[in-house]
Design a protein around this ligand. Structure first.
Ligand SMILES: [Zn+2]
Length: 362
């Protein structure tokens, strides 16, 4: 063997030894780095994966370098390299688990200094609030609350209430009929409850009847195919028109405040005689005139009158012995005036931006 060849061989052996020593140092440095790695956020975990696990990472490079290590050292270096690989994988699994636990427990990304999100509590619908207020006022005057069916027959909705055969409310274009002959319909007012009460109960009767009613009308800002009414009935001996006026004066002042003015306007209803429309002074313009009151200073809130003797007779009550008054008003109308609402449709659109405005103070 000539000298140059020996020198070359010697150099190669030396280089390979040096390489394996270098690798051992690198492996030890990386093992230390893995042991010290503690970042548990998503970015830190990804950086760890790129460096130690991915195919372009430090471990892949070392496995590539292992091919250059002399055979007699390959086993030792290879074993150390495998230990490094296992250590990296174990650490990655551990960090990954920590990250998942943190995410589940809500620790990650949670800012504890933010103000708490309060529970959203709903509120009663404005119509329900008005209905409750009306009931409260009349209950203090000794009125009971009565209820009845929304699906009604002709007798309780029309005939017993002295509606003539040719009255327009009996036509299909004004009333929703479910069946004709015999007629079954969606009640057009809550007066059916009055009839049912008078049929079952002997006077004295003093009750109000809140409830939903239906009319075949085009939907607009002022009219709807369904709305809510509250009617009142007081039957006893010697009940007069003065009692009707006093009761409704009291109601208007309780509902709208002591400065409200009320007036009765002669009118006609089949079931009362005499009959009167009930007007209150306009709350929007205080009586000066505006588009809500059509520049009259007055707004109609309902109808009233002394119960027609024919109605009492229909219910087997002697009109010579008993008299009484009845009244009715739209809960929507009362609510619109109470809160200055200008569109009837808002009540049934379920828009929370509208409904939230009626959240009670307490
Ligand atoms: Zn007005």
């Amino acid at each position: 063997m000539s000298f140059p060849c020996y020198a070359l061989w010697h150099n190669i052996v030396f280089l390979k030894l040096e390489l394996s020593l270098e690798m051992e140092e690198k492996i030890q440095a990386l093992l230390n780095e893995i042991a010290q790695h503690s970042s548990t956020d998503k970015a830190g975990l990804e950086a760890f994966r790129m460096k130690f696990i991915s195919k372009k990472g430090a471990l892949s490079d070392l496995f590539e370098e292992l091919k250059q290590v002399p055979v007699e050292l390959k086993k030792t270096v290879g074993q150390n390299l495998n230990k490094l690989k296992q250590a990296a994988e174990a650490k990655f699994a551990e960090l990954n688990e920590q990250l998942e636990n943190n995410t589940q427990s809500g620790d990650s990304g949670l800012d504890l200094t933010l103000p708490p999100v309060t529970n959203k509590v709903g509120n009663l619908h404005p119509l329900t609030q008005t209905k409750s207020r009306i009931i409260e006022i009349f209950e203090r005057l000794g009125f009971n609350v009565a209820d009845g069916p929304e699906l009604e027959d002709d007798w309780h909705n029309f005939s017993a209430l002295n509606f003539p055969e040719n009255h327009p409310a009996r036509e299909m274009q004004d009333t929703f009929f479910i069946e004709k002959n015999p007629d079954i319909l969606l009640r057009t007012h809550t007066s059916n409850v009055q009839i049912r009460m008078m049929e079952k109960q002997k006077p004295p009767i003093r009750a109000i009847m809140p409830g939903r009613v239906y009319r075949n009308e085009a939907i607009s800002a002022r009219a709807h195919c369904f709305f809510h009414q509250v009617e009142g009935l007081y039957i006893d001996k010697n009940v007069g028109f003065a009692d009707l006026k006093q009761t409704l004066y009291h109601f208007a002042k309780e509902m709208y405040g002591k400065d409200i003015k009320i007036r009765f306007r002669p009118s006609y209803f089949p079931f009362t005689e005499p009959s009167a429309e009930i007007d209150i002074s306009c709350l929007i313009c205080k009586g000066k005139g505006c588009n809500v009151c059509k520049y009259s200073g007055w707004v109609e809130i309902g109808g009233s009158g002394m119960v027609h003797p024919n109605v009492l007779k229909s219910c087997n009550i002697d009109p010579e012995e008993y008299t009484g008054f009845a009244f009715g008003m739209g809960i929507e109308r009362v609510t619109m005036l109470r809160y200055s609402i200008n569109d009837l449709r808002l009540f049934s659109e379920n828009d929370v931006r509208f409904l939230r405005q009626f959240h009670p103070v307490i």
